[in-house]
Design a binder for this molecule. Sequence first.
Ligand SMILES: [Zn+2]
Ligand SMILES: [Zn+2]
Length: 844
Amino acid sequence: MSQDSKVAPARKPERDRTGGDRQPQNRYNATVIEEKWRVRWETDDLYRVDDGAPGEKFYSLTMYPYPSGILHVGHWYAFAVPDVIARWHRMRGYNVLFPMGFDAFGLPAENAAIKHHIHPATWTSDNTETMRQQYRQMGAMIDWSREVITCAPEFYRWNQWIFLRMLERGVAYRSSGAVWWCPNDQTVLANEQVLEGNLCERCGATVTKRDLDQWYFKITEYAEELLHEADGLDWPERVKTMQRNWIGRSEGARLAFVLDSGAQLEVFTTRPDTVWGATFMVMAPEHPLVAKITTEDQRDAVESYVEKARLATEIERMSTDKERPKSGVFTGAYARNPVNDERIPVWIADYVLMGYGTGAIMAVPAHDERDFAFARTYELPVRIVTQPVDQEALDPFTMVDAYHGPGRMVNSGPFDGTPVPEGIPEIISWLDAQGRGRPEITYRLRDWLISRQRYWGTPIPVVYCDACGIVTIPLSELPVVLPLDAEFTPAGQSPLVSHEEFLHVDCPRCGDAARRETDTMDTFVDSSWYWYRYTSPHNVNQPFDPEKVREWCPVDLYCGGIEHAILHLLYARFFTKVLRDIGLIDHGEPFLRLRNQGIILAAEGTKMSKSRGTQVGPDELVRQYGADSLRLHLMFLGPWDQGGPWNTRGITGMERFIRRVYQLVTEMEDAPHDAMEPESSETLSLRRSMHRTIQRVTTDLDDLQFNTMVAAMIEFTNELQGLRDSDVTKTTIWREALEALVLMMAPSTPYVAEELWERLGKPYSVHHQDWPVFSADLAREETVELVLQVNGKLRDKVSVPADLSEARARELAFASGRVQDYLGGKVPERVIYVPGKLVNIVIR
Ligand SMILES: [Zn+2]
Ligand SMILES: [Zn+2]
C-alpha cells in the first residue's frame, strides 16, 4: 500500500463549500494520482489477459488505428469509451479481451514517410511508441503483450500464408481487365475504394481506368451469404443497409437476341416488362462480338469509334447528364427481339460498359433516360410500353423525358393491361416457360482487387517463371520479406521492380531464373483478420491458434467509425467465411454486435482539422484536468453514437464532479460509523436512491448510453452532498453508498476510483471488484395509496409516489372526478393532509 493513504487527519477537516479543502491530502490532484496508479498497474501487470481464466469470455474490440503519430480527441472518443465497456464487463465477472494494435502498412504510412523524408519503418515505429504512451495515459485496459503490428514479418507472413491457401482454393486469382487507377497515389484501387464521383478513397483524386493484370479475391462467390447473414447481426441498421446496397442483388431475366449471323447477343434486365419496347440494341465498344458482327460498310466508322472510346475516362462514359448527347455508331447488324420477333438495329456506344452485366443492352428509350437521350440524338424510334394510370397518356413523339413510374403495360402482346411493377415476376415465369429468357440474379459486388503498385505492404508470395508460369512460394519458405532498402517513391510501377536482389529469384519449381511478383497487397487484407491474431499473437506455426479462436471468438462487441461500413467490414466478413471454409475456424460471422461512435466536431460544429487549427489534442487537457476528467467529458458530450461539437468548458464541470466525489470520500475516511443504527426514513431513502442509481448506471452501460450514465452518477453525488451535515453520514449505509459510487465510477474514471478505493481502506484493486448489484425491489419507486376524503368520508383512492409533496397531493385530490362530484362546486373551507396517507377536503 502506498504511503499517503496511511496519513490520517487528526480530526475531521473543516469543509470548504467552494470545492477546495484546507487539508492538502483532501485536494484532488489528478497528475499525482494518475501517475501513481499507472506505474502500479504496469508493475502489477493488472491488465494481463489469461486464456481460460474463470468467467464467461467477452471479446471487446475497437478498430485499430493507423500509426498516424498522435492520438487526437477523436481517437479518445473511439477508444476510451469502449474501454469503459471492457472494464465494466470485467467487473461483472467476464474474462475480457480488450486488445490493441496498429494498422501499420499502407498508403497513409507510406505517404507520410515520403513527405517527411523518413523510412516508413522508422516513421511507423516512432509513431507507435508515441501512441502507446498516449494509450497508457488514457488509462486504457490494454494487454500490450498481445499487440499486433501489421508491418512486422511475424504478422504479414500470415497474410502470405492465407493468400496461398486462397490461391489453392481458387478464391485468389490473377486476371486482366480494366481496373481503377489513382494517378496521384500511382496505384490501382478496389471498387470499394472508389467513392461516388470516381474519387480515390485515399486522396480524393479523380481516378481513371487502366487495363492491367492484377490479383483478385473472389468475394462475389460469397455474395449471397454476405447478404443473408447480415440480417441476423446486431449491427446498426444503417451499416447493414449500406452493405446490402453495395452487394446490390437484383432479380431479373437474361434474354438472348439472335443476330442475322446466327450469333446470340445476351442481355440482362431487371425490367423484363419493357422488352416489347426495345427499339434497338447497344453494345459496349469493347464487346468481343463487335468486330464479328460489324458490316463492311460500317467497319471504318466502328473502328474509329472503338479507338476513341478507349481513351475516354470512365466518368465521361458513365455520365447520366441528359444535356450531353450520347455518342455511338451503328454496326450495320440487326437482331431479333425474342418476344415479338422484331428486327432491331445493333449499335455500339460508350455509355454501355463491358464490366457491368453482359456488356450489351436492349434499349428501351421510352422508359430509360440514357436510351432516350441516345434515341433522340440518332432519331431512333421510341415506343411506349407502360402507360401511367392516373395521368395524361404518354406520346412517344412529344415526350421529353423517359418515364419510369408505375402503370399498365401496353403494346406488349399477351401482357397488355398487366400492372407494373407488380406483374414483373409473372413475366419472368412466362419468359422462362416459353424458352424466351430465363430468370437471373445479378450482384453489383465485384471481386476484390488486392494488388497495389506500392512499396509499404505485404509482398505477394509468387514468382513468374518463363517455363512454369506463376509459381507459388512454398509455405515453409514464408515470409517473403519486404526489403527495407528499396527506393519507395511511387513511379507508376511497384517500387520493388527496381530492387534487383528482391526481384531476381530462382524458380521454386524448376530452379531457373525467375522474377518475383513486385506488387504488394492492399492493406485491407491485414485488417480482414487481425483480430484473430490477438488471440495467439506469438504463434509461429499458424496465423492463429484455432483453439484460442474457438475460446475467444466471435467478437462480442466491435466499435469503430461508420466510414468502415463497407470496405473493412465487408472484407472482414468475407475473410471469416474463407477461413471457415479452409477449416481454421468454425464460425461464419466475425462481429456479433457492432456499434459506431459519432464524430467529435470542432467547437464551431465543423470537422476538426489540423490545418485550420481546430483539432483538439488530448495531451494538454490531460495535463490540465487529468485523463479521468477527459474520459468523463467525452462520455457526457452527448449520445456516443452521435458525437457532437467539442467544448472545452464542459471538461471543467467533469473535473468539479470528480473533485466533489473525492472530497466526500476523503473527509469520511475516519468518521465513526455505527453499525447498529436503526433504519430511519433518511437511511431508507438513501438506500433506495443508491439502488436506483446502480440500476440506472447498469442499464445505461448495457445500452451504451454513457451521457445519461454520467448524469445518474452526478445526481447521486449531489444527493450525497446534500446529506453531508446530517446524521446519515454516521451510518453504515452512508459508507455503502460511497463505496458503491466509487465502484460505479471505476470503469469511467479508473484512476481516481482506484485512489478512492484505497482511501476507503478497501483491498487493491478496485478493478478486480464485483460490479455493485441493485435490488429491483429497492430500486423501484415506492408507491402508496392516497385516500381522498370529502368531509371525512372516503370518496376516491389514487396510487402515488411515497415521497409525494403536499402541493401535488392537493392537486391530485382536486383533480379527481369523484371528489369533484361531492364538492359540487363549493369552495372548500380547509384541506387536511396526512403525508403519504390521505387528503381530507372539508366543505360546509
Ligand atoms: Zn489516391
Ligand atoms: Zn520454373
